[in-house]
Design a protein around this ligand. Structure first.
Ligand code: FE
Length: 185
């Protein structure tokens, strides 16, 4: 029998993820699949493949509509996603999810050309999320255990908005997700 947590993840990604991903040309499911495909193709560990697949699950568990940023609302999806996932996965999955928005603010502060590479929706949401990090925030971020994975996830996130790019289906990534699940008591 399939683990009920895997079933719920599958349902969210197959049934609830038809909404467009911000202002981009892909829907939430295509975005999640492109991100996890990039992680897998780069040889990342299961935890980062799972985190990439699930990083925007916080967008799918609220009812604020497809693009709240356009209406000036920060949906805080990284916190929602972390909350949703934390009973099921350890910090190697949940921390990159929680930190992937902070990682954008980090990269805008630490890489001269990063801001110029952001998609339109990422620029819109950046100001709602607090803009580039200050030097103190950069130092605090660097000190976090999963900061490097969060930055890597953020890079996949930004690259995962390509119209009509072929990926494996949701089911393909479930074994990697399953290997990261906490044991069911
Ligand atoms: Fe994303």
């Amino acid at each position: 029998m399939i683990d009920p947590r895997l079933r719920q993840i599958t349902e969210l990604l197959t049934l609830k993820a038809d909404g467009m991903y911000g202002l981009s040309a892909v829907n939430q499911r295509q975005h999640a699949l492109q991100a996890s495909q990039l992680a897998q193709d780069s040889g990342c560990p299961d935890s980062l493949v799972a985190a990439s697949l699930l990083h925007d699950i916080g967008h799918l568990v609220h009812e604020l509509g497809d693009n709240p940023a356009e209406a000036g609302i920060d949906d805080q999806h990284e916190e929602r996603g972390h909350q949703f996932l934390t009973a099921w996965f350890g910090p190697e999955v949940t921390e990159p999810v929680r930190l992937h928005v902070a990682a954008k603010r980090y990269l805008c502060a630490t890489e001269a050309d990063y801001f110029a590479k952001l998609s339109k929706d990422s620029v819109v949401s950046l100001s709602l999320q607090g803009g580039p990090m200050s030097a103190e925030e950069v130092a605090a971020f660097d000190a976090l255990a999963q900061s490097a994975d969060a930055v890597q996830l953020r890079r996949f996130d930004e690259q995962a908005k390509v119209k009509n790019r072929e990926t494996q289906p949701v089911q393909h990534f479930l074994p990697a997700v399953a290997r990261c699940l906490r044991p069911l008591n």
